[in-house]
Design a protein around this ligand. Sequence first.
Ligand code: DCC
Length: 197
Amino acid sequence: MSRVSQPWPPVPVEPAEAHPKAPPAGTELGVHFGECFGCGDEVESGLHLRSRVGEGQTVHSKFTVTAAHQGAPGLAHGGLLACAFDEALGSTVGNLLRRPAVTGKLETDFRRPVPVGSTLYIATRLDGIAGRKIYVSADGHLDAEDGPIAVSARALFVVVGFEHFSNHGDPQALEKLAAAHEKAKRAREQREWEINP
Ligand SMILES: CCCCCCCCCCCC(=O)SCCNC(=O)CCNC(=O)[C@H](O)C(C)(C)COP(=O)(O)OP(=O)(O)OC[C@H]1O[C@@H](n2cnc3c(N)ncnc32)[C@H](O)[C@@H]1OP(=O)(O)O
């Protein structure tokens, strides 16, 4: 099997313009759900991936590989690395486009082993949109933003209605999440009012 990839995006696309209310470059993106394996701070063995908006249609994420993420002794599990990319790519789509979307297809190229203790710096870019289909890709650099590429990924996200999550997920958890977001929004508005009434 050759490493030569198919053209990307695989179909003609429109440029993926960030939503007018997308967070600007430099913004640290918070945890979108505390119990998320990718970013949640309530999951002890999770990835605790952290992301920052970059210039253009990009997001920079990073996570440190721990013993809980091993496949072979001392090395990150490939599926775990794919999970990190799913999170980084999904966070890029959600935050920059502000449209609910789920992963339809995720393709990974594992180029170098990723040892426990190393940090993967994942640079993600929006590649284009075709109707409900959003194409996005990323490179994971080992131990520095300009380190060697250890893993690359390309994905198709498909825009869905919010009912996707209420019909198929846990409605009670969704309500809890919505209430937490509302509380955070009110606190932010209150802070802004105190600074600049
Ligand atoms: C601030 C917030 C932060 C938010 C931060 C969030 C970070 C979390 C990141 C984690 C994200 C996840 O893991 S999400 C969880 C993993 N993913 C899932 O559970 C998705 C499960 N799959 C599905 O529910 C469904 O198959 C869908 C929704 C993907 C598609 O179903 P559908 O709605 O019926 O639409 P369908 O017509 O089939 O597909 C729409 C178009 O996409 C194409 N398409 C669909 N799947 C594929 C595919 N695998 N490969 C090629 N093409 C595909 C179809 O051909 C079609 O093209 P055309 O005919 O239009 O040309």
